[in-house]
Design a protein around this ligand. Structure first.
Ligand code: 2IT
Length: 447
């Protein structure tokens, strides 16, 4: 069956699952040509099998808030694809979480993990629990209640969750504590993103942002551009934006915008170390407000309500927050203001119209599954350290992360170079990931 026909069937079957359909559409468009060159894939119905998750766990999570009121949320774990390794991917706690969102993330994760060069399958999970405004005790009780159901679905050689939006080191700690009590298994490798003294990898918190900047650096270098002195707009102020701000600054770029759901902070002289440290405090406060940065640093940051980072003129745009956060209108504004590069650090951060606009206007663009793969790659390194019961130094982890990001960039160049010599990073990443997963599925027979 042709990829368009597969897509049409999926649209009829899951008409309401917008994010999932968007993610599948992007991959199928990219791989169509290579798919047609491999009749053995078509014969084995590889794409038809690949677009459906292996299994989905849905469960009720009931917990008690600080006022003594009983709260009920929904929890999910989607084990998407295990062709190249055990299920691996983050947990997202956000009020807007739906099965469609987690299916898109699990689907993307499968290809992203394939790009990392490490043997990891794809998964995603999470809950519609909203961490905004919750106390530390409420977060703990929710995480424990969530693990009460999840523990039975996961294991260090089976399915290894980690963080994502709304889930960081604190939440992983609470979940790991409960996992041990329930499973009576003390293998730290069941979750990644752990604390440094109990099995966590040094640099895992920084890894997504660091990896994204290593990738951006290679992409610019390939185009003959030096990142030094370039201005950068980030969105969000969470873990990913934090790591990106550190590395961008270290590489000599100037981060002049961060944002939140409430608006944007313009930082004309570039973000400072104190401000980067303050991002962590803002994240831990659960207030979800970037205005707090301007309140704390009134001389350096100017807050504008209701605006996005993309309204600030910059050379490089790095979406670091949420899917579809950069619309075609935003791409137009960025390009009109002189932006020449956009690397998606969030998963599917740009809407399809924005990607098209960037590509048509000569903006260097790379997709999230390549750019942000350093996070899960470092999770893979954490699993290796846990399996060997050892801990590597920061330099060793950083060197491995850098070499993985370089390899991902090379894979994109290999599969994405067009007849006119330009590089289509979307095609490159999708084809490289697809070929690896498809080949593994083929070799493992019809299952
Ligand atoms: O989207 C992602 O790659 C993550 N949230 C990280 C997943 C992981 O297993 O480290």
């Amino acid at each position: 069956m042709r990829t368009q026909d597969i897509m049409a069937k999926l649209q009829a079957k899951y008409p309401l699952e917008k994010e999932y359909l968007q993610a599948v559409q992007e991959v199928l468009e990219s791989i169509e040509e290579v798919y047609n060159q491999h009749p053995e894939f078509e014969q084995a119905k590889i794409v038809e099998r690949m677009v459906e998750p292996d299994r989905i766990f849905t469960f009720r999570v009931t917990w008690v808030d600080d006022r003594g009121e009983v709260q009920t949320n929904l929890g999910y774990r989607i084990q998407f694809n295990s062709a190249i390794g055990p299920y691996k991917g983050g947990l997202r706690f956000h009020r807007a979480v739906t099965p469609s969102m987690l299916k898109f993330l699990g689907f993307e994760q499968t290809f992203k993990n394939a790009l990392t060069t490490l043997p990891m399958g794809g998964a995603k999970g999470g809950s519609d629990f909203d961490p905004v405004g919750k106390s530390n005790s409420e977060i703990m009780r929710f995480c424990q209640a969530f693990m009460l159901e999840l523990w039975n679905c996961i294991g260090p050689d089976q399915d290894i969750p980690a963080g994502d939006v709304g889930v960081g080191g604190r939440e992983i700690g609470f979940m790991y504590g409960m996992y041990k009590k329930l499973a009576r298994q003390y293998n730290t490798g069941v979750l990644t993103g752990k604390g440094g003294t109990w099995g966590g990898s040094i640099l895992r918190p920084e890894a997504t942002g660091f990896g994204a900047l290593y990738f951006t650096h290679h992409l610019l270098e390939k185009a003959g551009i030096d990142i030094k002195g370039k201005t950068v707009a980030l969105s969000g102020f969470g873990n990913v934006a934090w790591g990106a701000a550190i590395k961008a600054t270290e590489l000599g770029a100037k981060v002049i915008a961060i944002s939140g759901p409430d608006g944007v902070c313009h930082i004309p002289d570039g973000i400072t170390k104190e401000m980067i440290d303050y991002m962590l405090i803002m994240r831990a406060s659960n207030r979800d407000r970037v205005e707090d940065m301007a309140t704390q640093f009134p001389d350096k940051a100017r807050f504008t309500a209701g605006k996005k980072s993309w309204s600030i003129p910059v050379d490089i745009a790095l979406p670091c927050a949420f899917q579809n956060e950069l619309a075609e209108e935003d791409a137009k504004e960025l390009v009109a203001n002189g932006c020449t590069c956009c690397c998606e650090v969030s998963n599917m951060g740009c809407q399809p119209g924005a990607i098209r606009y960037f590509q048509q206007h000569g903006v260097l663009f790379a997709p999230g599954k390549a750019v942000n793969a350093g996070g899960v790659a470092t999770s893979g390194l954490e699993m290796t350290q846990n399996a060997e019961h050892i801990s590597w130094e920061a330099e060793e982890v950083d060197a491995k992360l850098h070499s993985i990001m370089k390899s991902i960039h090379e894979q994109c160049v290999k599969f994405g170079t067009q007849p006119d010599g330009t590089i289509d990073y979307v095609k490159g990443a999708n084809i490289a990931g697809f070929m690896k997963v498809a080949q593994a599925m083929l070799e493992q027979g019809t299952i």
